[in-house]
Design a protein around this ligand. Structure first.
Ligand code: FES
Length: 161
């Protein structure tokens, strides 16, 4: 791990620069707009819903009907403190990535067709590939198989996007 990925002191983790402030301000404005004006909210990206998987060993099972066509869901992870983002790609494959940002560990959020970190503005594709820093590490990705009408996330089988 690069040494500059971690704060030198606990207070360093709380500092934000001008760019980070603007990213947070933009997200706050988007949230206020979507929450305050229902007519405009119809045009805002819907927040991903949380689902609770069925656990079999270290496999998380999520009904395909809950994943939806393309939007994706946040799957509660009994092995971690942050959820896993699971979505269906345009070609019908299922992809699962950790929502732990590779920079300093904040939870990334789905926003349109990417995953965005609210802490310092890193952005990723929905399969965890870096679009924009400061992160230097892609999101951890898990193997997904389909068993009947369920997507199975193999929690202990990380892949590299
Ligand atoms: S924790 Fe810094 S960009 Fe995500």
């Amino acid at each position: 791990m690069p040494p500059d990925e971690f704060p030198a002191t606990p207070n360093d983790a709380l500092r934000i620069d001008r760019r980070q402030f603007l990213v947070r301000l933009e997200m706050l404005a988007a949230g206020l707009t979507c929450g305050a004006l229902p007519l405009i909210a119809a045009g805002c990206a819907a927040r991903a819903k949380y689902v609770t998987p069925t656990l079999t060993g270290e496999r998380l099972s999520v009904p395909l009907a809950q994943v939806g066509a393309t939007g994706g869901v946040l799957v509660e992870d009994p092995f971690g403190d942050l959820p896993i983002f699971l979505h269906r790609t345009a070609d019908g494959a299922y992809v699962a990535v950790s929502t732990r940002c590779g920079h300093r560990g904040c939870q990334v959020e789905p926003a349109a067709a990417k995953l965005v970190c609210p802490c310092h503005g890193s952005e990723y594709t929905l399969d965890g590939t870096i679009l924009q820093g400061p992160t230097l590490r892609p999101l951890e990705r898990y193997r997904v198989t389909v068993d009947g009408a369920a997507a199975i996330i193999h929690r202990t089988s990380p892949e590299t996007p």
